[in-house]
Design a protein around this ligand. Sequence first.
Ligand code: NI
Length: 176
Amino acid sequence: MSILPVLEIPNPILTQQAQPVAAVTPDIQKLLSDMLETMYFTNGVGLAGNQVGILKRVVVIDCAGEGEAPDPLKMVNPEIIWKSEETLCRSEGCLSIPREYADVERHACVTVRYTDENGQIQERTADGLLGVAIQHELDHLEGVLFIDHLSALKRQRLLKHLEKRRRKQARDAGQA
Ligand code: NI
C-alpha cells in the first residue's frame, strides 16, 4: 500500500466528473486500499478518486468514532438510491480544501448502492456523519465540492481565508 498525494483546489481534476468503473480488477482493489491508507494517514473520513487525481467512480469512507471499531467502506460506482426529505445542517471540511469548514445542508438519511471490492452489489442506509460523508464523497465524483453548496458570499469568504493562510504558509516556509 502507498500514500497518495491529495489534490487541493484549484486543481481542475476536482471539478471534473469521474467515469464509471467497468470491473473491479486488482488495480482497482489496490487503488481502494491506497486511498483508504491515504485517508487514515491524513485523518480524513472520506476520499474520492478525483482527490487523488483519478477520474474513476471510487470512494472510501470510515466514519467510526474514536475508540470504535474501524468501519472501512470501499465503494465502486456508488449511487444514492433513496434520500430522506428531512435535511440536516452540519459542519463539513475536505482534504482538498484544507482546514476550512462550513455548515452544509444535506439529506438527513440516504441509501447508497455500490459495488464492493469483491465485485458484490451492496446497499447501506446511513444517517448522521456517515450519511453526510456519503453525500459529500459522491458529490466529488460529479466534480462538486462542499463549498459549491454555500452562498456566493460565504464561498468567497472561505476562499479568501484559505488564500490568506496559504500566503502566510509560503512566507513562513521562505523564512525557515
Ligand atoms: Ni471532500
